[in-house]
Write a protein that binds this ligand. Structure first.
Ligand code: ADP
Length: 228
């Protein structure tokens, strides 16, 4: 199964992807995560990408499109994948559709998690990363980290949580949300492009889910729509 998952930054799409990966064993491809890995390792691509990711801007298509197309062609993707964070503009959407058609690996599912911009912004400003991957967010009581001395720790595993560079900077958050909600050249227009492509293909399952619900409610809605 090949799944595309969309949702504003902070909508919980990473969390839902992780839940789907656990359930299905599909390979999770997260464009932002690939850039962060490269930056951590100090590769040329990582250094180049960091100048954009730190400011919340899109890494140029010449870098991002081949990186994702190549990643999807690796052997661990042969049995399916969940793609999270790509496409984010109409040209990425077109390039993806074309690559999948050429490779005869059509898309099976499109999931769109919908969330109002102001809710997404509050969540981004509260988001924290746990070293064991537990979701943490000071803006969501059910998964709020707890204070221990002068640091915040994960309520589940008691490990100190960290905050991503691009989540500290309010300006970078606004840039990311502007890109997402841009109906001309941003992610919302990429979603519309994918959905209009899917409209003529009855075997593509398009799922819309309200991102205001809690993690479990959203994952149950997605599972029900997938018949799992
Ligand atoms: P978020 O969804 O919270 O913004 P991500 O981890 O998905 O975070 O992405 C982090 C950053 O990586 C983005 O702000 C952008 O700079 C870069 N990035 C991720 N996906 C893409 C993409 N498809 N095209 C260009 N840049 C991307």
């Amino acid at each position: 199964m090949r799944i595309l998952i969309f949702g504003p930054n902070g909508s919980g799409k990473g969390t839902q992807s992780a839940i789907l990966v656990k359930k299905t064993g599909l390979t999770h491809i997260e464009s932002g995560g690939i850039f962060r890995e490269h930056a951590k390792k100090g590769t040329e691509l990582g250094k180049k990408a960091k100048t954009y990711t730190d400011q919340g801007q899109l890494v140029p298509d010449e870098i991002t499109i081949p990186m994702i197309v190549d990643r999807l062609s690796r052997s661990d993707c042969a049995n399916g994948w969940i793609l999270d964070g790509f496409p984010r503009n109409p040209s990425q959407a077109m390039a993806l559709i074309q690559a999948l058609e050429q490779g005869q690996t059509p898309l099976d599912v499109v999931i769109e998690i919908r969330l109002a911009r102001e809710v997404a912004k509050a969540r981004l400003m509260g988001r924290a990363t746990c070293p064991n991957g537990h979701p943490n967010n000071t803006a969501i009581p059910a998964i709020a980290p707890i204070k221990s001395g002068n640091q915040l720790i994960c309520a589940k595993c008691q490990q100190p949580v960290t905050v991503r560079q691009d989540d500290i900077d309010e300006q970078a958050i606004d840039v990311r949300l502007n890109i997402y909600f841009d109906e001309q050249n941003g992610t919302v227009s990429a979603i519309r492009a994918v959905e209009s492509w899917a409209a003529n293909r009855p075997d593509v399952n398009v799922i819309h889910v309200d991102g205001e619900g809690d993690i479990q409610a959203i994952s149950e809605t997605i599972a029900a729509a997938l018949g799992r």
